[in-house]
Design a protein around this ligand. Structure first.
Ligand code: IMP
Length: 423
């Protein structure tokens, strides 16, 4: 693999956890570079079913060093809880490295996230409520605390003092919540700092050296390209870059270090939260897909909106990120369908649209152009080779490759680690 990126090509929830878990078997280092505990990566292996939010999905392999890069927005309470959950399940977290440059998500960010959503009323984004947007805003304002501050008592106190001075008037006056008190907050975060301190280590030189030594590095994307703050469906997006552009900023290795970029693509389309979704289905077919695919958010449990495969979106994601191959997930969810539709293109007022428009209002006006293919109507989850897939399933995959312009390498046919076939 040498240096590989695994990137969600739709609106998140493409099954990155499972693909990364599989690819991590051949990795020396797995790196999260973006997102926070708004992300949810499900991994099912012989140890059980795990929902990871901040810890990279390479954690189940004892040989893998797992890095929480500087681009990850870290809620230290959530991170400690996740680490302790893994430890309870007997997973060794001894090789977890957390960048001291990673910014912290604090309680007031969560309050602000909720307050902004309330203020937006019916235009609410449907955030995960984890405070990611406000934490990113404070990073830009240069007032946020970082991991390096959390593990240094003096800097922690100074950072908290500054933040309470700036935040408390808004907390009490605007959000009508009780003021934060320095002393208890300091004690609580100092304890978290003590817990995490052994894992805090500058990650950049470690990654740079690993790349120079030809080590196998896997970058684990969070969310999906259509949630990118610039290239997604703004304002219905997240606040950190989910694609390869986030790798340089969020880890220090850049585009020219990447040998392989795997676009992770669900065999159909889902989205949680508000915003346009051109191929969205309603009624029974949507219900059937949601149930068959267990399409409920890993982080919030919300039902996901479901739709047909949207080739313009995945083509766009492939171009933006330079996908060298695709991993198709959840193909088995389509097992029982008699016919399957694929959106090949969009039109607005009868005119072709070359790629998903940058304005959500325009994307909402796009009419999908569909073609229909025969379903395979047989269970594929027990199949262990690509050759054994029914001809209709192979025809579907070949059509996806043609429409996206990138070859498929891996196909997932069930939730378990071994339910994957290489093409
Ligand atoms: P936030 O990232 O919590 O601010 O939420 C912004 C938007 O991104 C909302 O529509 C969320 O539902 C969506 N979102 C954030 N993280 C994920 C994810 O991991 N999977 C799917 N959607 C996500």
């Amino acid at each position: 693999m040498p240096v590989t990126a695994a990137i969600g090509a739709q609106w998140g929830d493409e099954g990155k956890g499972k693909v990364v878990d599989r690819l991590a078997a051949e990795a020396d280092i797995v790196v999260r570079f973006s997102g926070g505990n708004n992300a949810g990566h499900t991994v099912i292996n012989e140890r059980g079913k795990f929902a990871l939010h901040l810890v990279p999905a390479g954690i189940f392999y004892p040989h893998v060093v797992n890095v929480v890069g500087n681009g990850v927005m870290v809620n230290p309470e959530a991170l400690v809880e996740e680490i302790e959950g893994l430890e309870k399940a007997g997973i060794d977290v001894g090789k977890l490295v957390i960048s001291p440059r990673a910014h912290l998500v604090m309680p007031w960010h969560i309050l602000q996230d909720a307050a902004i959503e309330r203020g937006r009323g019916e235009n609410a984004i449907g955030t995960t409520g984890r405070g990611i947007g406000p934490a990113c805003a404070d990073r830009a304002l240069r007032i946020s605390l970082r991991m390096a501050d959390l593990v240094d008592d003096e800097r922690l106190e100074a950072g908290l003092r500054l933040n309470l001075q700036l935040k408390n008037p808004v907390v009490t006056g605007v959000w009508q919540a009780p003021a934060y008190e320095l002393e208890p907050l300091y004690e609580r975060y100092r304890a978290l700092g003590r817990r995490l301190r052994p894992m805090v280590q500058e990650a950049y030189p470690l990654l740079r050296q690993a790349a120079a030594d030809g080590k196998r590095i896997l970058f684990e994307g969070a969310h999906g390209v259509m949630l990118d703050p610039d290239f997604g469906t703004y304002p219905y997006v997240t606040s950190t870059p989910p694609g390869v552009s986030g790798i340089a900023q969020g880890s220090g290795l850049g585009a020219t270090d990447l040998d392989r970029v795997v676009g992770i693509v669900k065999a159909y389309t889902t989205r949680v939260g508000a915003g346009p979704l051109p191929t969205e289905l309603h009624g029974q077919t949507a219900e059937d897909l949601r149930e068959a695919g267990d399409e409920y958010g890993t982080t919030t449990g919300r039902p996901r909106r479901c739709g047909w495969f949207d080739a313009p979106v995945v083509r766009y994601a492939a171009q933006l990120n330079g996908f060298t191959e695709l991993a198709i997930t959840k193909l088995d969810v389509l097992d029982s369908l008699r016919t399957i539709r694929i959106c090949t293109d969009y039109t607005i007022d009868g005119k072709d649209v070359a790629f998903p428009p940058g304005e959500s209002q325009l994307l909402a006006r796009c009419t999908p152009v569909y073609e229909e293919m025969a379903g395979w109507q047989s269970p594929i989850s027990a199949l262990s080779t690509y050759a054994a897939l029914p001809p209709q399933a192979k025809a579907y995959l070949v059509r996806l490759e043609e429409l996206v312009g990138v070859p498929i390498n891996l196909v997932s046919v069930g939730p378990r680690r071994e339910q994957m076939v290489w093409k």
